[in-house]
Design a binder for this molecule. Structure first.
Ligand code: COA
Length: 314
């Protein structure tokens, strides 16, 4: 049975970046850099330019992932894109990316799982590769999240940013250690109202989300390790969803990882929802931290509630 390996990673961030103070001034917010940084670790975020679409950002991330893999767009036969901020209900943002990359074969579709979207997309793509439905899949998390923020709600609008990340998953029939080892997806719709888009804007009960995050992420991580007969000490890198530094630190401590083994971008990117994990992966492979053979644990939680984990050997 084929397995999928991560052949390349890519990321894209819009040019405009605002510090907490610049954001507060631009939107006349009653907040402070100290309040935001102490509670979340966020110091700045990127914002898409007017007219810059989710598909534009996704396509840019894909171009880097293809280049890193030494792949041509003509080999791609699946595009699976996770987003909470699609450019339209249809056509899907994935088919828009397909068009931008000049890909005319295979299939493309979007996945809606909020901040867990990238883990879901990897799970779906990996399952389809194992089933023989495709051989080469671009798996994307892309968000223009600042377009769905209520700029009068200081409890949410300071937390999010825009960007896109992508990986190229390729089927291999060779035996070996590399690749996606397993993915673990969960949801519980009973908690849908604590983090949702209502009337087009994000609403969040922050404390409730925080409470669920720590326990659900911890159980997803335990599940991923147990499924592969691995111990915490086997994990070389934690690449978590980037919502809040306190949650990230708690997961790093749970795994017994030194902080330099936890990839953190939340300080510069804020929460880019489905894009946060592939953006962090792109950064950590680009700068050489995550190298061939490394065992990487990814985890995320988001609206739905949805949550999950994935283990991959690069
Ligand atoms: N600046 C200043 N004060 C703010 C503020 C801001 N940006 N946002 C909220 N406050 C105020 C509130 O109005 C409230 O004031 P009050 O006590 O006078 O009513 C006070 O700070 C506490 O608000 P609360 O929402 O209880 O804060 P908190 O300590 O729970 O921190 C979060 C808020 C959002 C940072 C925190 O709940 C959190 O990180 N939750 C998880 C969010 C998350 O990860 N979401 C994404 C999951 S994908």
């Amino acid at each position: 049975m084929p397995r999928s390996i991560i052949a390349g990673t890519g990321g894209y961030l819009p040019a405009r970046s605002l510090t907490n103070d610049e954001l507060a001034a631009a939107y006349n917010l009653d907040t402070s850099d100290a309040w935001i940084a102490e509670r979340t670790g966020i110091r700045r975020r990127h914002m898409a330019a007017p007219g810059e679409s989710t598909a534009d950002m996704a396509a840019a991330a894909c171009r880097e992932a293809l280049a890193q893999a030494g792949a041509d767009a003509s080999e791609v036969d699946a595009i699976i894109l996770a987003t909470a901020t699609p450019d339209s209900a249809f056509p899907s943002t994935a088919t828009r990316v397909q068009e931008k990359l000049g890909i005319h074969q295979g299939f493309a579709f979007d996945i809606s799982a909020a901040c867990t979207g990238f883990i879901y997309a990897v799970g779906v793509a990996d399952s389809m590769i194992r089933a023989g439905a495709c051989r080469s899949a671009l798996v994307i998390g892309a968000e223009a999240f600042t377009r769905i923020l209520d700029w009068t709600d200081r409890g949410t609008c300071v937390l999010f940013g825009d960007g896109a990340g992508a990986v190229l998953l390729r089927a291999t029939d060779e035996p070996g250690e590399r690749g996606i080892l397993s993915t673990h997806l969960h949801s519980d719709g009973r908690h849908g109202d604590i983090l949702q888009v209502e009337g087009g804007l994000v609403r969040m009960a922050g404390r409730e989300v925080f409470r669920h995050a720590v326990s659900k992420l911890a159980s997803a991580v335990d599940e991923a390790l147990a499924a592969n007969g691995l111990a915490k000490a086997d994990v070389q890198w934690l690449v978590p969803h980037q919502a809040n530094l306190r949650i990230i630190d708690a997961m790093g401590r749970k795994l017994g990882l030194p902080s330099e083994r936890v990839v953190v971008t939340v300080d510069r990117h804020a929460n880019t929802s489905a894009a946060s994990i592939p953006l962090a992966l792109a950064e950590a492979t680009r700068d050489g931290r995550v190298a061939a053979g490394d065992l990487v644990l990814m985890e995320a939680i988001g609206g739905g509630l949805t949550w999950g984990a994935a283990l991959a050997r690069f």
